[in-house]
Design a protein around this ligand. Sequence first.
Ligand SMILES: [Ca+2]
Length: 380
Amino acid sequence: MSFPTPSENAARRSKYVRAALLGVAVLVAVPAAAHANAAPHANTVTKEIAAVHADTATATDPVVHKTIATDLQVPWGVAFLPRRETLASERNTARVLSVTPSGKVREVGVVPGVNAAGQGGLMGLAVSPSFARDRYVYAYLTGETDQRIVRMRYTGGRLGAPEPVLTGIPTGTSHLGGRIAFGPDGFLYVGTGDAGTPDSAQDRQSLGGKILRITADGAPAPGNPFPGSPVYSLGHRNVQGFGWDSRGRLWASEFGQATWDELNLITPGANYGWPVVEGQASTPGFVDPLWQWSPAEASPSGLAIADDVIYIAGLRGQRLWRIPLQGEGIGTPAAFLTGEYGRLRTVVRAPGGKLWLTTSNRDQLGTPRPGDDKILSVKP
Ligand SMILES: [Ca+2]
């Protein structure tokens, strides 16, 4: 599979624009002839343009087609429940919100014990793979003395009290990780950060600077690379995004220090180098990233994989990166939506194949725009 260069993208965009204009022309002509007494309805035209777009989807750019929710405060975790209901966490308020596809937002709980200082707060959310039976929703939070994974039962439209699942993840004011997701193997993966103590990333006894893999009850998952340890990979500075491709391979984004942000292919027990090396260093003992960006271009938080294409949301980079998987590696990354919505925090694949994308303009580093923060729906 080849991947378009930026100039090819521009060419494809013009092709799309021509196709869309042609679609409008056809629509205006056809209803006028077929329904001479009825003016074409605006919604029909919009739907038909969308259909033209869908027909040329392989040749088009990711596009925001709908704003799902507005006026949120740093939405961080997004997790999809059955019956088209979605839960979203707000980092600084510790609120958990229920969001419907039509954009109805309702608070279902405020998680106690959250210390939203610095980059911390209520972050990742994950729905139990056996939610229909156990009703558990998992969350990654920054507390007073540590960071931890908790779970709460979601019944009757309300979140119950948090029950600790994994405690002792190092805390601080920065590099706090926070992403959680159940893998295809049914175990819970956790992206942590060095919490401002870089050497913790190389210390197998520390839960900082790692990707962890645990059971639904918080025990080290069977088959982990270091017996009796939740550590799955080490040498990470700050992992806030990961996902699995169609072959079950795990990919993770990582914030660099000042030079290189990273996209890594994660294998169990591997060491990704921080703080000894950053970016592609070709140093024995450390696995190099498949791609690296300057923090100004990326500062990558959330990562989603849809149809074997990786999407990464950039905070400082204020753009959505699209990286096609190709053979054993990747094709050429391309950036979209640059600067259009400000800082982008989380991208997740929604049921049905769209992507949900969140802004992060009400964190300390953002400049809020009207309606911020938002959850957007993107056609990939
Ligand atoms: Ca690295």
